[in-house]
Design a protein around this ligand. Structure first.
Ligand code: ADP
Ligand code: MG
Ligand code: MG
Ligand code: MG
Length: 414
């Protein structure tokens, strides 16, 4: 075994290959013969092992050199694990406790050893199963605000931030996936696209709308060119793990510097897709109550984001942007400037939100909220609502300033 060369782990070999890693042995017990290893990766890209020993349990996540969902015909660089590790470290600093703790990183093997979250469950599954999570929206809104603010030049020293932009700009293949699958493929007949029978007219309508496509391209330009802050990059309900009262954010390998509204928009889109898919998953007696709860989570996300962002604006505005020298030191409030910025972030977020709603039903990687629906006619009816609202969000994002307007729109399309 050559430790200088990358080799994917297998459950059978993991013990012998990682028994000398103190971050594992010291936590779960030093005798690998007593480790129980299970591969649990359910994502599109990586190997994930639960490694359970007599004294504890850790997660080992290892990148594969190709897209797991597609196979080795689609290579993907291992270096994304390097960026995921850096992202987890920064997120832990910016929102302590929000992400699993990293215990060990091995660049050659492209693997991260991290905290095992238990009894946490993937949020997407909980939403399909009709389970509620206390404090969910507030936690996520706070996470988005803290990472957006503290990763930007509202807070960071410019030199530090620019250096970090340089570091993360090496992660080129991963943003390219988002640029294609999320922003581009839904709007033409890209090779890997697929959609439910019955949606052809809706899809033709989207592709026939040059104004809509132009707005999507404008948002793609912001995504590809703005380096406002370090974004998670893949903040959907499959990247959140929750108990009934606690949540954590995982899987930031799509990290990049990007627009402040990107994570917020992706997140809201995934709650809206959970909302629109509910008629297929809930008994009629529970449907309205659970859908209302999902909308209340969206409200909490948006409100929580604004509240935390304004708090950080008032207490941690130590960067180059909007300095006190221009406002408070001249006896002027900067509150209006903050509100105007928040309005821009919200408008961007709702645009990204609409695009995410489109790509999850039209492009390569769909989500279980809709994919688990067996009744094809019902599935296409619910997906059509989701697509229509997505289009309205892209076209009308500036006009939907308040959370209440957004929720009303969702109720109208439901
Ligand atoms: P991918 O990048 O391939 O999507 P993820 O990081 O999303 O990989 O992990 C895949 C799955 O592994 C998750 O859906 C979850 O079930 C499990 N998992 C990942 N990280 C943890 C963790 N820290 N604790 C417990 N389970 C985890
Ligand atoms: Mg994942
Ligand atoms: Mg996953
Ligand atoms: Mg991932």
């Amino acid at each position: 075994d050559n430790p200088d060369q990358y080799r994917p782990l297998t459950p059978a070999e993991l013990g012998s290959r990682l028994s000398t890693v103190p971050a594992i042995a010291g936590r779960i017990g030093a005798d690998p013969a007593r480790w129980n290893v299970r591969e649990v990766g359910d994502g599109n890209l990586n190997l994930v092992f639960i490694v359970e020993g007599p004294e504890g349990t850790v997660i080992v996540k290892q990148a594969l050199p190709y897209v797991r969902l597609v196979g080795d015909s689609w290579p993907l660089p291992l270096y994304r694990a390097f960026y995921e590790n850096h992202a987890l470290v920064r997120q832990a600093e910016r929102d302590p406790g929000a992400v699993p703790a990293v215990y060990h990183f091995d660049e050659t093997q492209a693997l991260i050893v991290m905290e095992f979250l238990s009894p946490h469950k993937i949020l997407r599954r909980k939403l399909i199963d009709g389970e509620r999570v206390a404090d969910l929206g507030a936690f996520l809104g706070r996470f988005c605000a803290r990472t957006a603010f503290r990763g930007s030049e509202l807070s960071m020293k410019s030199a530090d931030k620019k250096k970090d932009v340089g570091l993360f700009s090496g992660n080129v293949e991963i943003p390219a996936i988002t640029e294609a699958l999320v922003f581009t493929d839904p709007y033409y007949s890209a090779e890997m696209n697929h959609h439910t029978d019955g949606l052809d007219p809706v899809v033709a309508g989207l592709r026939g709308d040059a104004k809509l496509k132009a707005r999507v391209q404008r948002l793609l330009m912001k995504f590809a060119s703005n380096t406002e802050t370090m974004v998670h990059g893949d903040l959907h309900s499959g990247s959140i793990m929750s108990t009934d009262s606690e949540s954590k954010v995982i899987d930031p390998e799509f990290v990049q510097y990007g627009p402040m509204g990107f994570d917020l928009g992706m997140l809201v889109a995934n709650f809206l897709m959970a909302y629109f898919s509910q008629p297929a998953h809930r008994a009629p007696t529970e449907l309205a109550g659970y859908q209302d709860w999902i909308l209340s989570v969206i409200d909490d996300v948006l409100t929580g984001f604004d509240t935390e962002f304004r708090h950080l604006w008032a207490t941690e505005r130590t960067g180059m942007l909007y300095p006190a020298a221009l406002f408070e030191d001249q006896g002027q409030s900067s509150e209006e400037a903050c509100l105007a910025l928040l309005a821009d972030i919200r408008a961007d977020a709702l645009g990204f939100c609409g695009i995410e709603m489109h790509r999850r039903t039209l492009s390569l990687a769909h989500n279980a909220d809709f994919e688990d629906i067996q009744d094809a006619a019902l599935k296409s009816r619910l997906e059509a609502r989701n697509l229509a609202m997505g289009a309205e969000l892209i076209l009308m994002s500036e006009a939907l300033g308040s959370a209440e307007k957004l929720l009303d729109l969702a109720r109208r399309y439901n």
